[in-house]
Design a protein around this ligand. Structure first.
Ligand code: BG6
Ligand code: MG
Length: 215
């Protein structure tokens, strides 16, 4: 299957985009914020561990970083709050130039074909990021980690997004850069476009090396 086949299929009326890693590259800010927290707490952290956090919710990310170390729930809550403060400080720099290449022309094309667009992101900073990027008005629906309890790889956030644009899952395509995101989309019965290497997103219907290939 090709991207062109998905775009031109008239039955596929809805396109649901992950945010971090698809619309903008916030992974480096997540990385810097987790690094700062890990340094303060004396926890090992590097790019390899950071890669495991792609698409994973904030608390589940901390659990991966803790790697079996046991902390009281209250302390874990304080740590995720602190990481988020550091992350938000980095996000303050985010602006429309940080929209990944190829994204705006692709959204414009989908709009011109009459498709409905939505965001399906694990991030509870979704509205804040969309505001900084100045592209909130492209989307008919915005579903995020603030609305669902079961995080990716559960399909819940995508199902919520499909509901917001009034379409059954069988009529929606999900665009994702995370392994957990592509898995969630397939689990939910969506068509899935993976952005990234085959070992990460090769299980989708279509895979592209980067957003520059969105056409
Ligand atoms: C995902 C990111 O989009 O959102 C993850 O890929 C992140 O790395 C998750 O942990 C939750 O984000 P936030 O902004 O709610 O901490
Ligand atoms: Mg992502």
């Amino acid at each position: 299957m090709t991207l062109e086949q998905l775009v031109t299929d008239p039955s596929l009326e809805g396109w649901i985009f992950d945010l971090d890693g698809v619309i903008t590259d916030t992974a480096r800010y997540h990385y810097l914020a987790w690094q700062k927290l890990a340094d303060e707490e004396g926890l090992p952290f590097d790019e390899e561990i950071n890669e495991k956090l792609r698409g994973i919710s904030r608390m589940a990310s901390l659990v991966i970083i803790l790697d079996g170390r046991e902390y009281p729930e209250e302390k874990k809550g304080e740590m995720t709050d602190r990481k988020n403060r550091y992350y938000r400080d980095f996000l303050d720099q985010l602006n429309p130039d940080d929209i990944l290449p190829g994204v705006i022309p692709f959204l414009d094309r989908l709009k011109s074909l009459g498709k409905k667009l939505a965001i399906g992101s694990a991030s509870r900073n979704t509205e804040f990021i969309l505001g900084h990027l100045g592209i909130g008005s492209y989307f008919d629906g915005v579903a995020s980690g603030s609305f669902v309890t079961r995080a990716k790889p559960a399909p819940d956030v995508f199902i919520h997004a499909a509901g917001q644009i009034g379409l059954p899952v069988s009529r929606c395509v999900v665009v994702e850069d995370a392994q957990a995101g592509v898995s969630g989309a397939l689990e939910g019965g969506f068509r899935a476009v993976g952005i990234g290497p085959a070992e990460r997103v090769g299980h989708g219907h279509v895979r592209l090396d980067s957003t520059e290939l969105l056409k």
